[in-house]
Design a protein around this ligand. Structure first.
Ligand code: TRP
Length: 73
């Protein structure tokens, strides 16, 4: 399954986690990527990944617009 849409995640603090969640009947974490300030991850939704969870302060650019996640207080 070749998806074309990419999600760009730009870390605005150290230790931002990009967590991939599985597609299908159960929704589980299957991969965690840690980004430090200024690091960028470019990712797609795939056959294996139906959702992503971003933990920490980051800018997330999608076809739907740009959102910012916040640091935990
Ligand atoms: N092996 C994963 C997949 O093909 C890699 C991946 C794609 C991923 N998108 C992701 C991991 C988003 C974390 C977050 O689905």
């Amino acid at each position: 399954m070749a998806q074309t849409e990419y999600i760009v995640i730009r870390a605005l603090e150290d230790g931002v986690n990009v967590i991939g969640l599985t597609r299908g009947n159960d929704t589980k974490f299957h991969h965690t990527e840690k980004l430090d300030t200024g690091e960028v991850m470019i990712a797609q939704f795939t056959e294996h990944t139906s959702a992503m969870k971003i933990r920490g302060k980051a800018e997330i650019q999608t076809a739907h617009g740009i959102v910012e996640s916040e640091a935990k207080k």
